[in-house]
Design a binder for this molecule. Structure first.
Ligand code: ADP
Ligand code: MG
Length: 361
C-alpha cells in the first residue's frame, strides 16, 4: 500500500524561512507527526527580497536563488523524522511576483533539485493552474481550513496572518469564502527592521509602547485594494516600503513607536472589516506568525467589537505556525489523488482544478 505520509513546505511573504510538517493522511483524519522550521540564510533572504522588484540580470539571479532555496527546503525535509517512506513532498516555493491580472504568479523554486536531494517525489507550483483558469491563484488554504477546522452549523473564520493576511470563512453549510485582506506582518516587519534592526516585533512589545495615530490610520486605510470586491489577492507587489513611505510623507512627525502601533491596528482593522463583510462569525481562529503577537490579537478582538471569541488554531489542535505547511501537504495529497485543490468561489477560477506539478524522485 502506498505511504500516507506527506511533507508540506511553506515559505511565505515574510521571507523568514521555511516551515515544514510531516503529516499522515491515513483514514484516521489529518495528523501532524513532526514539524520543523529552517530559517533562510541572511544572503538568501536578502536576494529573495531584492528579487521582489525588477532588477538587473533577474533570470540568472532567480535561478541561483531557486537552487539555494531548494537546498534549504531539502535541509528542512531532512530534519523531519518520518517513521516510514514519505509519499511526496509538497512545496509552495517562494513568491517573487504575483500578477494574476497579467496571467501569472511566480513561486521561485527548483523542484527538480529538491527531488534529487531529498530522494522523494516532489509536487510544486500549486498556484499556476488556478491562474490559468482565470483565478487569483490565491488564497489556496481555505479548502484545507474547511477540511480541518470546519464545523457543521457554525460560522467559523480562520485568519492566517503571515506577511499578508487572508481569511477563510467557513459558513457551516459547506460554503467557503475568503480572500487576502492586505498586509499581515509585512509592514510591521519592515518598520521594526528599519528602526531597530529586528526581524519582527516580538509579541507586539514595541507596538504596545506606542499609541495609534488616527489620522495616519485613516491614510493607510485609504487604499483601493481594501475597497475592491473579492476575489482578490495581494503581496509585496503592492504592500512594500514605498507604499508605506508615501503614506507617511502625508502625515509627518508620528513617532516610530506610534507608527508601529498604527500598523498593527491597520492589520487588525482590515481583517475585522473583511470578516464583518462576509458573515456573522461565531468564532475566529488565528494562525500564521501573527498569532504570536498578543497586541495584534487584542486589536483584532477589539476591532470585531469585543463580542466574537478570538483564539489561535492551537485550540483546534494545530499550532498556528504549522497550519500553512500542513495545508500544502494536504494539497499534495489531493494532487496525487487527482482531486481539485482550489475553491472557485474563493479564487475566481472558472472551475475546480487539480493543482501542482510532479517531479518524481
Ligand atoms: N512571537 C512573535 N511575535 C510577533 N510576531 C511574530 C512572532 N512570531 C512570528 N511573528 C510574525 O510572523 C511572521 C512569520 O509568519 P509566517 O506565518 O511564517 O508568514 P509567511 O507565511 O509570510 O512566512 C514573522 O515575520 C513575524 O512578523
Ligand atoms: Mg514564514
Amino acid at each position: 500500500m502506498a505511504s500516507t505520509l506527506y511533507i508540506g513546505l511553506m515559505s511565505g511573504t515574510s521571507l523568514d524561512g521555511v516551515d515544514g510538517v510531516l503529516a499522515d493522511f491515513s483514514g484516521r483524519g489529518i495528523r501532524t507527526l513532526d514539524a520543523a522550521f529552517t530559517p533562510f540564510p541572511a544572503d538568501l533572504r536578502a536576494e529573495l527580497m531584492a528579487l521582489q522588484a525588477a532588477g538587473a540580470n533577474e533570470l540568472e539571479r532567480e535561478a541561483l536563488a531557486a537552487n539555494a532555496l531548494a537546498r534549504c527546503y531539502a535541509e528542512c525535509v531532512k530534519t523531519l523524522a518520518a517513521p516510514g517512506p514519505v509519499r511526496a513532498v509538497a512545496v509552495h516555493g517562494q513568491t517573487i511576483r504575483h500578477r494574476p491580472e497579467l496571467g501569472f504568479t511566480r513561486q521561485t523554486n527548483n523542484p527538480a533539485l529538491l527531488a534529487e536531494l531529498a530522494g522523494i517525489d516532489v509536487i510544486a507550483d500549486f498556484r499556476s493552474r488556478d491562474v490559468a483558469a482565470g483565478g487569483q491563484g490565491a488564497p489556496l488554504v481555505p479548502a484545507f481550513h474547511e477540511a480541518r477546522f470546519g464545523k457543521r452549523n457554525q460560522v467559523r473564520v480562520v485568519v492566517n496572518i503571515g506577511g499578508i493576511g487572508n481569511i477563510s470563512v467557513l459558513h457551516g453549510d459547506g460554503r467557503v469564502t475568503g480572500y487576502d485582506t492586505g498586509p499581515g506582518n509585512v509592514l510591521m516587519d519592515l518598520w521594526i527592521a528599519r528602526h531597530q534592526g529586528k526581524a519582527y516585533d516580538q509579541d507586539g512589545a514595541w507596538a504596545a509602547t506606542g499609541t495609534v495615530d488616527a489620522p495616519l490610520l485613516d491614510l493607510l486605510l485609504d487604499e483601493p485594494y481594501f475597497r475592491q470586491p473579492p476575489p482578490k489577492s495581494t503581496g509585496r507587489d503592492l504592500f512594500h516600503a514605498d507604499w508605506l513611505d508615501a503614506k507617511l510623507a502625508r502625515r509627518p512627525g508620528v513617532s516610530p513607536a506610534d507608527v508601529q502601533a498604527t500598523l498593527t491596528r491597520l492589520t487588525a482593522v482590515t481583517i475585522a472589516r473583511a470578516i464583518q463583510a462576509e458573515a456573522d462569525a461565531q468564532a475566529v481562529y488565528v494562525c500564521g506568525g501573527g498569532a504570536y503577537n498578543g497586541v495584534l490579537l487584542r486589536d483584532l478582538a477589539d476591532a470585531l467589537g469585543g463580542t466574537i471569541p478570538v483564539a489561535s488554531t492551537d485550540t483546534l489542535g494545530v499550532a498556528p505556525n504549522r497550519v500553512e505547511a500542513l495545508a500544502f501537504a494536504w494539497l499534495g495529497y489531493r494532487f496525487l489523488r487527482r482531486q481539485p485543490g482550489n475553491l472557485p468561489a474563493v479564487t475566481g477560477a472558472a472551475g475546480p482544478r487539480i493543482l501542482g506539478a510532479l517531479y518524481p524522485a
